[in-house]
Design a protein around this ligand. Sequence first.
Ligand SMILES: Nc1nc2c(ncn2[C@@H]2O[C@H](COP(=O)(O)OP(=O)(O)OP(=O)(O)O)[C@@H](O)[C@H]2O)c(=O)[nH]1
Ligand SMILES: [Mg+2]
Ligand SMILES: [Zn+2]
Length: 329
Amino acid sequence: MTAGALIGTVTQGTGGVWRVRMADGTEHDVSLRGRLKKSDTGRRSGGSIRRDTVAAERDRLKLAVGDRVRLEHDVRGRALAIAEILPRTSRLARRAPGGGYGERVLAANVDQVVVVFAAANPEPHPRMLDRFLVIAEANGLPARIVVNKVDLAGPEVAHARFTDYPRAGYPVHFTSARQGDGIEVLRRSLGGRTSVLTGPSGTGKSSLINALYPGLDLRVGELSASVNKGRHTTVGASLHPLPGPEGGFVVDTPGLREVGMWELPVERVDLCYPEIRVHREQCRFADCRHGAEPGCEVRLAVERGEVSVERYESYLKLSQELEEQRRQR
Ligand SMILES: Nc1nc2c(ncn2[C@@H]2O[C@H](COP(=O)(O)OP(=O)(O)OP(=O)(O)O)[C@@H](O)[C@H]2O)c(=O)[nH]1
Ligand SMILES: [Mg+2]
Ligand SMILES: [Zn+2]
């Protein structure tokens, strides 16, 4: 067997077992090679070499769906295990939930982020949408927005709720996974790339993937259970190869209840709002935070109506939050 034959892509992972898909379509359920896992228990012992090793291993343990890995047979011969994680081209990461320390890599080797909100049920919160977009921007990934369940709100109401986003430069799709609206156009923007669907729970991420690619048959929540009781239907992220000659992958993820910004320096928040980013160079001060500073071009753009007041206030609020977070650390 050639070395290349043992390179695959992680498609799922739960409880330390990872599913790896090889180029020929075969799949293996494997674990990380034991040696990598054990050294993580040495976390508390001192010594710089040890610490470096531990840090390196901890990074390795942040294996995620989408990672390319090299499998190797264990010393005794038979079982395959993950021996190496190949360098990533990109990743989508956020802060660990519950205010905990550390980050969660949601997916690796991603080309675009698809943020799925519902036009209604659950009610969309624009400030939460902004956070999803900021995370995509902070990870250097292009984002598009899907407003699903247009059948519940009607197209006029749905469009009216999201006007700020095409203005900011984001592609916005209006879909109904239930009735099939907008599915064809959305499918065209996914072909040949790796896209991660993210967003709050119950907005229809899994339903959309099923409508886009009926063969995949992902588990979908009951409306009453998943939305009203806040139960999450999708448990772990899963990566699915797309049918058709173009190839590409789509990643389904569990809905996020809160969106933590992982160590996003407050100085960089303005770079994560595209319509603010285009004005910041003209501010009088290079370190302008676009609040009360004189000569702030961003504030003028808001006054001229080029930047929406809501998005500007969203920027100010997020900056303030990150500033407070930094002070507390
Ligand atoms: N009316 C309507 N209901 C939809 C639509 N898309 C999904 N739903 C319903 O919304 C509920 C949640 O759908 P899911 O696809 O499980 O949502 P999800 O975003 O994957 O949820 P998590 O996995 O918990 O993050 C289900 O009852 C779906 O049938 C839609 O376009 N219109
Ligand atoms: Mg789901
Ligand atoms: Zn400014």
